[in-house]
Design a protein around this ligand. Structure first.
Ligand code: PMP
Length: 433
């Protein structure tokens, strides 16, 4: 009996689509930060509260007379939320949007991405991903049976000793063009980009748009940091470019938009010919997102529509606050010689750790990229958590970028000050004979 039981247990339990994607850096680094860090600038979430108007909207949704808000709502998005999203994004994109067919609400931007890959990518399809990239794109493409094709942003050294900017990281137009072929189904665009903070220029977006049109390729545009742009830079939506509406799904997140990552409310905006397939995936997987959270986000957008472009708008206030925080972290890092790459957008900042290599010697034959070992050493020995940049590269290219780490600066002033204290103390220890 025991033999036959054992024989039954020998069947592989893991589906083939999970092969090679079971490692996840977030599990490891989130745990390390929880265990050792006194200052956590690792994972991307604010340690300050969402705005009062949003919390109050949630309280109203929870305790108001409308008990229906505690029950299921429309599967593809709570009607008040899809209506206001259609109005808001219709205004931004300069087109009339139908709330029922041009907008779909998801469980965070994460699920929006998952729906896109499941809906569009077949076995054998290629999906172009621009490196460095938000790491879940790669496993999501693979789970759908597709093949990720990577193209890197290439850094140029800035002139006259200036700090590098995320704008110094650019696509090589010929290299990008060489990745498109008849198997290419989609390209993933993430502007503003996590982890670099790069905000793609109109010229760069036009280059991508032209290639999409030429090769009949879809664009999955992850714009979760759309409001977080600095120094007067403009976020351009690729769906607003000539010919791109029909082939683009634009993805957003209330988590980033309203500093409430735990709510997990996200959305997709696009033409019905694309969104109808996202609805198929959505209705056969999660089906539905929390109603009260959707209701509160709808109220948040209602407020923002009324205040659009005005100084009191959260979409103006938040980037203003974050730019100050960015500059504060830039100063701390620059002062100790951990050269920051000035981000044009997002709440992330990548810094060069080359000058700190003597503190954490390399292990020549290790499989683990240097920046990953450095980040682990830093959290354990200095109590400061950050994420290695190599985590945002494909396996084949990881080892080309091993002297950078990513910090998140969506943090209270006290947190940034504590990070500064750690860095200053570290520098003093280094310079002591
Ligand atoms: N896209 C990017 C580029 C992100 O950085 C994140 C969150 N870190 C997401 C999508 C996921 O967003 P959400 O929390 O809304 O699922």
């Amino acid at each position: 009996l025991s033999l036959s039981l054992q024989a039954k247990m020998s069947k592989p339990v893991q589906a083939r689509r999970l092969e090679g994607i079971d490692k996840n850096i977030w599990v490891e680094f989130v745990k390390l930060a929880a265990t050792y860090s006194t200052v956590n600038l690792g994972q991307g979430f604010p340690d300050f509260p969402p705005p009062d108007f949003l919390k109050e909207a949630l309280e109203r949704a929870l305790s108001g007379k409308n008990h229906a808000l505690h029950q299921y709502t429309r599967a593809f998005g709570h009607p008040p939320l899809v209506k206001i999203l259609a109005q808001f994004f219709g205004k931004l994109l300069g087109r009339d949007l139908d709330p029922m067919t041009n907008v779909m609400v998801t469980v965070g931007a994460y699920q929006a991405l998952f729906c896109c890959f499941q809906a569009f990518v077949d076995e054998g399809d290629e999906v172009i991903i621009i490196e460095p990239f938000f790491d879940c794109y790669e496993p999501m493409v693979k789970m759908a049976g597709g093949t990720p094709v990577f193209v890197p942003l290439r850094p140029r050294t800035p002139k006259d000793g200036k700090l590098m900017s995320s704008a110094d990281w650019q696509l090589d137009p010929d290299e990008l063009a060489s990745k498109f072929n008849e198997r290419t189904k989609a390209i993933v665009l993430n502007s503003p980009n996590n982890p670099l903070g790069k905000v793609f220029s109109r010229g760069e977006l036009e280059l991508i748009a032209d290639l999409c049109a030429k090769h009949d390729v879809l664009c999955i545009s992850d714009e979760v940091y759309e409001w977080l742009v600095y120094d007067g830079k403009e976020h351009i939506r690729i769906a607003s470019l000539q010919g791109m509406w029909d082939r683009t799904v634009t993805i957003g997140s209330a988590g980033k938009t309203f500093s409430a990552t735990g709510w997990k409310v996200g959305w997709t905006v696009g033409p019905d010919r694309l969104l109808r397939h996202l609805r198929t995936v959505h209705q056969n997987s999660v089906y539905h997102c929390a109603t009260v959270a959707q209701d509160a986000v709808a109220q948040g957008f209602q407020r923002e529509l009324e205040l659009y472009g005005k100084p009191a708008s959260y979409f103006i206030q938040l980037p203003k606050d974050l730019q100050r925080k960015r500059d504060c972290l830039i100063q701390s890092l620059d002062a100790v010689g951990m050269k920051p790459i000035v981000p044009e957008g997002t709440y992330f900042l990548v810094a060069d750790i080359s000058k700190f290599k003597s503190d954490v010697p390399d292990v020549p034959d290790s499989d683990e990229p240097y920046d990953s070992r450095f980040a682990k050493w830093m959290v354990k020995n200095k109590g400061l958590a950050a994420i290695p940049l190599s985590a945002f590269y494909s396996e084949a290219h990881k080892n080309n970028y091993t002297h950078f780490i990513r910090f998140c600066f969506a943090k209270e002033e006290a947190t940034l000050k504590a990070a500064n204290d750690i860095l200053q103390k570290w520098k003093r220890e280094k310079t002591r004979p």
